[in-house]
Ligand binder design. Sequence first.
Ligand SMILES: Cc1cc2nc3c(=O)[nH]c(=O)nc-3n(C[C@H](O)[C@H](O)[C@H](O)COP(=O)(O)O)c2cc1C
Length: 577
Amino acid sequence: MADDAYPQEQRDAVYRVIAERRDVRRGFRPDPVPVGVLGRVLAAAHQAPSVGFSQPWDFIVITDRARRERIAALARRHAGEFAADLPGARARAFDRLKIESILDTPVNIVVSCDRTRGGRHTLGRATQPRTAGFSSVLAVANLWLAARAEGLGVGWVSFFDERELAAELRLPPHIEVIAYLCVGYVDSFAAEPELATAGWARRRPVSWAVHAEEFGRRGLPGEEPVDPLADLLAAIAPPDAEAMAAARERQDRMTKPRGSLGALEDTSVRLAGLAGACPPPLPEPACVAVFAADHGVHAQGVSPWPQEVTAQMVANFLAGGAVVNAFAAQVGAEVTVVDVGVAADLEPAAGLLPRKIARGTADFTAGPAMTRDQAVAAVTAGAEIARDLVAAGNRCLVTGDMGIANTTASAALICAFTGADPAEATGRGTGIDAATYAKKIDVVCRGLARHQPDPADPVGVLAALGGFEHAALAGFILGGAALRVPVILDGVIAGAAALAAVALAPDAIAACFAGHRGAEPGHAVTLSYLGLRPLVDLGLRLGEGTGAVLALPLVQSAARALRDVATFDSAGVAEKS
Ligand SMILES: Cc1cc2nc3c(=O)[nH]c(=O)nc-3n(C[C@H](O)[C@H](O)[C@H](O)COP(=O)(O)O)c2cc1C
């Protein structure tokens, strides 16, 4: 042990205060905070590190009730606007959360930042101006920890329009607000963040956050760097037979004739097996991830649509104007768009996850669509998105896709994985004439002939013939399976990706729920190969995730029925003799 290390007891106290610091919003006592205690906590904040020792913070201590009421009104207005923008299940969950305690606490403290303090040559900040704000955040961290040690709860409120708050506090224009903190004594500190307890978000394991040497090379100190794909596949296990048996048995005791819920009974049993619990958690909130990418094979004239439509539709999804947005709004799901390979530079936008592997694949009739490394990178990106969406509180993942010419790549993948004949697996996509259709089949045949794909090498198949969205969707499915969260599959593109996922990890099928049967013939081939029964069959041939989104309430209803419906014994209903 280093000579300067604290004695064990004191080290324990440091780690304890770090572990037990909580953002507190409930259970504040009205007792005033003695000036001595407040002074100690502010002095601790003032000892924070700062860029170039600039100490850019100020602390504005607010106790006046009338002022706090005006500030609380500002926060409530913004919280209301945020809530109005949330999809169904999220809005209900938000309603149950407490997000500020401005009036419940005797003291509010604003931590500010002066980005100009110290002048032009402030060490470090001259190169990185944003470090000014970081320094003030560190003061908040010190304050938060010292407050915990003093038994004081602290709740950070960020539902403010900065200018409104600055006006209320008479801040000079060069001072910005970093944090609004509500401080007071509390009866107890929760062991876990309220957002975790409420199921809003989950704590990410530390291993997800630590990289060895380079971004993406995961490995905790002292451990071998892990191969993310191998790690992902190793985490996928078969469904829990006991939970499935319990679900089956409960379905038979529910107040309804046996089997009368048809395919939904099987859905509920599969959900229980996946979750390892009967009843399983309700699959909500749900998030649709629309994976968008372009395809080199478009050059072969397999689609009547210009390639630019992929990027244009991404803009439409982000603006909320596509069919998937309408359906998602109807069923209360969130829409996220992932650029895994659009052949255009996309502007940053709320709801867009930039994970571009390359600007579209290469034409698979001329060579591999992508390299093996790119295929692995796309699979890993998809899995990480699944993981992050689950950590953000989603309990159901829904696949979506966008990519002009992606039914051609899908047909090729389906033939490679199932051995289907290209004439049987290739469809008319968005609608093509007989000549284009014949050309499309020929393109698939040429791709297969050129690459001779080996279904025992799923990454090789994806690299030879797939799209970036197929590879990322395969990872998304594997990510859901590893976390035992259901993934509702859309049509033929998701189906082709599921073939790759299941080829990589056969147990991943337990997480797959076929949302619908699309009109593409290859989709029927895929569903029967995977042994999945589609929940909706409406002749849809749009993609985007539309069919899967329509199936979401069915999957949710299946879980809810298993949870909520009375049994013959509990309801005192006589069974059929
Ligand atoms: C920058 C920042 C802003 C925050 N804003 C809010 C907020 O407006 N309302 C709220 O209830 N919690 C807010 N929090 C608290 C977080 O929700 C909380 O820190 C997180 O859930 C983790 O819980 P813990 O602090 O108890 O570990 C904020 C936290 C930070 C760091």
